[in-house]
Design a protein around this ligand. Structure first.
Ligand code: TYM
Length: 331
């Protein structure tokens, strides 16, 4: 059975990008593989959340995981900071991670631009912590969206470097995974190519959003003046709406609006109304379960404890072996 690891940073409810880029794959993989799905709370410290926000957001992600159908009996669902072995492996990997290669990572450059007054060492070494998350379970597959591709490349670099350094074939090379298809990127509602909470909260549709809010966000989504010639290529913002429609609406609905666009008869107001209703339908089961689970702290605690125990067992085995390989041995 292949070992699968992936995680999501706790920033609140998950959005459609998180769902289609990652969570949907988690759900499919959990019954066929040995899966570890975690909440990356160490990672979120790079942006300095308050303790209340951090705790509340970790809970939101756990609730979203369970509401979407992750099964704590089938997969190991845990909170990253419950597994301190991850932090130890992070320290060890950092000894062989070079400043030059870390500075070249696109997400680091992006963070420098976005938070110039908080360029901390955690941001620089974000990819080593991600590598530790995955190779701590010696995983082969990592279900993620397209934005994580470069991080996966770094994981392979660090895993291979360890193997070469100690002349041992210990860590497998983790591969990004999306059920045999290309990795995907879900666009935002604001015309941007990626739905992302850190770019613009209004660009995101969250799994727990109330129907009224979904209608509001979709009706406000960026479009354009409409096509003036048949089969005119679509502007990015319009293409975004069609891309989202393609994944949440029935095929015939997508084809209907696509035909209207191509024959210059489209009315974006109608298209958005339809899209909003289809998103509301799609998210309905999540919404109900999210509110149910949020009220059940006892259950959430049990799930987190069970996951932490299973994850620590696997992580402790790796750390014991890694320490021996490195030369930390008892006399
Ligand atoms: P994060 O929390 O930004 O995103 C979580 C997952 O959702 C995917 N995703 C998207 N996919 C498609 N379209 C989008 N618009 C979109 N937005 C987000 C991401 O690709 C990701 O799979 N560093 C990671 C969390 C992490 C991790 C790991 C992931 C920490 N350690 C180890 C995998 C393995 C992050 O910040 O993802």
């Amino acid at each position: 059975m292949e070992i699968v690891v992936s995680g999501i940073r706790p920033t609140g409810d998950l959005h459609l990008g998180n769902y289609f880029g990652a969570l949907k794959n988690f759900l499919k993989m959990q019954h066929q593989n040995n899966c570890y799905f975690f909440i990356a709370d160490y990672h979120s410290l790079t942006t300095h959340p308050t303790p209340e926000d951090l705790h509340g957001n970790v809970k939101r992600v756990l609730v979203n995981y369970l509401a979407a159908g992750l099964d704590p009996e089938a997969a190991t669902i845990y909170i990253q900071s419950d597994v301190p072995q991850v932090a130890e492996l992070y320290l060890l990997l950092n000894m062989n991670a070079y400043i030059g290669e870390l500075e070249r990572v696109a997400s680091f450059k992006e963070k420098i631009r976005r938070q110039p007054n908080n360029v901390n060492a955690g941001l620089l070494t974000y990819p080593t912590l991600m590598a530790a998350d995955v190779i701590i379970h010696r995983a082969q597959k990592v279900p993620v969206g397209k934005d994580q591709e470069q991080h996966l490349e770094m994981m392979r670099t660090f895993a291979n470097r360890f193997n070469r350094m100690y002349n041992i074939d210990y860590f497998p090379e983790p591969q990004a995974y999306n059920f045999g298809e290309e990795l995907i990127k879900i666009p935002g509602m604001d015309g941007s190519t990626k739905m992302s909470k850190s770019d613009n909260e209004n660009s995101c549709i969250f799994l727990g959003d109330a129907p009224e809010l979904i209608r509001k966000k979709v009706m406000k989504a960026v479009s354009d003046q409409g096509p003036t010639t048949a089969n005119q290529p679509k502007a990015q913002a319009v293409q975004n709406l069609f891309n989202i429609m393609k994944i949440v609406s029935p095929d015939e609905v997508y084809l209907h609006f696509n035909d209207l666009y191509n024959s210059c008869q489209i009315r974006y107001g109608d298209m958005k109304k339809q899209l909003a209703e289809d998103i509301i339908n799609f998210t309905a089961p999540f919404r109900e379960k999210i509110s149910e689970l949020s009220a059940d702290n006892d259950y959430l605690r049990k799930v987190a404890e069970l996951g932490a125990e299973k994850a620590r067992e696997s992580a402790a085995k790796t750390i014991k072996e890694v320490r021996e390989i490195i030369g930390f041995k008892p006399f």
